[in-house]
Design a protein around this ligand. Structure first.
Ligand code: GLN
Length: 276
C-alpha cells in the first residue's frame, strides 16, 4: 500500500517524468492533478495501485502517455488516440493557427472555402480547423483505413463535419480543387536515430523513405492540379528541412513562400501561395 506521493515518487524513480506520472495516476483514480497535489498523503487502494504500476511499466517501455490515457488534447479539442494514429503534437498547432489566420484574412473573401488535410491521422488538423472556422468545407484523407476510423470517431464525438476519403496524398482526390491544403506528412528519414524513441507510433506516419522528403515532394508535385489560383499550401516538416521545402515550393511556382517556427523556435511549417 502506498500513498499518492509514494506512488508518484516510485514512478519517477522508474524513470517517468513527474507530469507523466501525475497524468497516469490521475487517470487511474479518476482525479485531476490539482486533486493529486492536495491529497498526496491519501492511500491508494491495491487495485488502483496495480493498475498504475502496469501503466508506469508500459510508459517505461516507450508507449506514449497519450495512448495510455487514450486521449490527447490538441488545439483545445479532446481527441481519442491509440496506436493506429500518430499522437498529435503541440508543434502542429502552429500549422492550424496559420490556416485559421489565412481563412480569416487572405481567404476571407471566399464564402465557403474548401480546405483539405492530407494524411489526417487522428483528424487533428482537419477537426481543429473546422472547429475554429465552421464556414469552411473540410476534406481529409489518409492511406490508412484504421486512422480514418479513429478520425471519424473523433469527428462524431466532437460534432464536427468533415469529409473523409481513403487514399495516399492526392490520389484519393481525383479532379478535386481546394482553396487551402494542409499536411503534416511523415518527414523523418528512414534510419534516423530519432525513430527509435517513436517506435510505438505508426511507422507510416513518421517516415516516408530514405531522405525524409519523399511525401513532402509528392504533395508539392500534386498541388498544382489540386489548388485553385491563389490557394495556399502549408506543410509541416523537420527542423532541418525548411530550406528544402521552400525550394520545392518555389520550383513548383509558389509565391509568398515563408517558414514559421514551432514552440521550441525551430523552423517547422513552410507555406506558399499558388500564382493567380
Ligand atoms: N514531429 C514528429 C516528431 O518528430 C514527427 C511527425 C511527423 O513525422 N510528421 O516527433
Amino acid at each position: 500500500m502506498s500513498t499518492v506521493r509514494e506512488a508518484i515518487g516510485a514512478a519517477r524513480l522508474a524513470g517517468l517524468d513527474r507530469l507523466d506520472a501525475q497524468l497516469l495516476l490521475g487517470h487511474v483514480i479518476g482525479r485531476d492533478r490539482a486533486w493529486l497535489l492536495a491529497h498526496d498523503d491519501e492511500t491508494l487502494p491495491a487495485r488502483q495501485q496495480a493498475q498504475f504500476d502496469a501503466l508506469v511499466n508500459r510508459r517505461r517501455h516507450g508507449e506514449p502517455v497519450a495512448y495510455l490515457l487514450g486521449e490527447k488534447e490538441f488545439h483545445g479539442l479532446a481527441l481519442q488516440v491509440d496506436a493506429r494514429v500518430l499522437v498529435p503534437r503541440p508543434d502542429t498547432e502552429v500549422l492550424v493557427d496559420w490556416a485559421v489566420e489565412l481563412l480569416r484574412h487572405d481567404l476571407a473573401g471566399i464564402e465557403r472555402p474548401s480546405v483539405v488535410d492530407l494524411g489526417t491521422g487522428s483528424g487533428a488538423i482537419a477537426l481543429a480547423v473546422k472547429h475554429d472556422c465552421p464556414a469552411a468545407t473540410l476534406t481529409a484523407s489518409d492511406a490508412s483505413a484504421d486512422a480514418l476510423a479513429m478520425a471519424q470517431a473523433n469527428a462524431r464525438r466532437l460534432g464536427l463535419a468533415v469529409e473523409w476519403v481513403q487514399g495516399s496524398w492526392w490520389s484519393a482526390l481525383p479532379g478535386r480543387k481546394f482553396d487551402l491544403a494542409l499536411s503534416n506528412p511523415p518527414y523523418i528519414a528512414a534510419g534516423d536515430a530519432h525513430l527509435g524513441a517513436l517506435a510505438a507510433e505508426p511507422i507510416a506516419a513518421l517516415t516516408p523513405g530514405p531522405s525524409g522528403l519523399e511525401a513532402l515532394r509528392e504533395i508539392v508535385a500534386g498541388a498544382g492540379t489540386h489548388l485553385r489560383p491563389r490557394a495556399w499550401l502549408l506543410l509541416e516538416h523537420g527542423f532541418d528541412q525548411g530550406e528544402a521545402v521552400r525550394g520545392l515550393l518555389r520550383s513548383a511556382g509558389f509565391t509568398d513562400v515563408q517558414t514559421r517556427q514551432d514552440l521550441g523556435g525551430q523552423p517547422r511549417c513552410t507555406g506558399g501561395r499558388r500564382q493567380p
